[in-house]
Design a protein around this ligand. Structure first.
Ligand code: SF4
Length: 199
């Protein structure tokens, strides 16, 4: 198995798909490399591309707020994307681009060995849970794959566009909190988390 340094170095120089030609930075991932909980989105946006870190724009701030609701900080989890370079104009990553990049994510998962993976949005859920995953119907439902508990919630960008989805996401986050309490050993939610998400 590749170690972290080798993996990061390979990813930093990668041009396995055309997204490598237009990126400013590879957005590898961030957080605790021994995390029990991983959050996985589809790909970097503009701010992420410029800063080289996932979920740092408006959607990232909302993700931080969502974590806070269940008493978590991003430093306690690991956050990554299916593709590590920004798709132009924030379009969905193509299947060919996902195919080219997915080995990096699989290597990250192999190194981290999370107990829980939370897919952020439809694209990540379709790639990691099931190709015909329907986020509107199946968000918040647990699936076990390879010993990992997996769930999808709405992407924070979708919650920014459609605040009506937030109550559903609040329930999904509480389900995540219960799962963390049930199966994680060193991930401690700091607060009981009460009230609706406000951001
Ligand atoms: S998106 Fe992934 S496969 Fe494509 S160039 Fe970037 S790191 Fe390489």
């Amino acid at each position: 198995m590749m170690d972290w340094d080798t993996l990061k170095a390979a990813c930093a120089q990668c041009h396995n798909c055309t997204l490598g030609e237009t990126r400013h930075n590879v957005v590898f991932g961030v957080g605790d490399e021994h995390a029990e909980v991983m959050f996985i989105g589809e790909g970097p946006g503009e701010n992420e591309d410029l800063q080289g870190e996932p979920f740092v724009g408006a959607a990232g701030h909302l993700l931080d707020d969502m974590l806070e609701i269940i008493g978590l900080h991003r430093s306690q989890v690991y956050i990554a994307n299916i593709v590590k370079c920004r798709p132009p104009h924030n379009r969905d990553p193509l299947n060919t681009e996902q195919d080219a990049c997915i080995a990096y994510l699989r290597a990250q998962v192999a190194l981290i060995q999370p107990k829980i993976i939370v897919c952020l949005g439809r694209i990540a859920a379709m790639r990691l849970i099931r190709s015909n995953f329907k986020i509107t119907r199946e968000h918040g439902q647990w699936t076990e794959k390879g010993g990992v508990q997996m769930m999808a919630i709405y992407h924070p960008s979708a919650l920014l566009r459609d605040p009506d989805k937030r109550p559903d996401t609040f329930e999904d986050l509480k389900a995540l909190q219960r799962q963390i309490h049930a199966i994680c050993t060193h991930t401690h939610c700091q607060t009981p988390g009460a009230g609706q998400p406000s951001a």
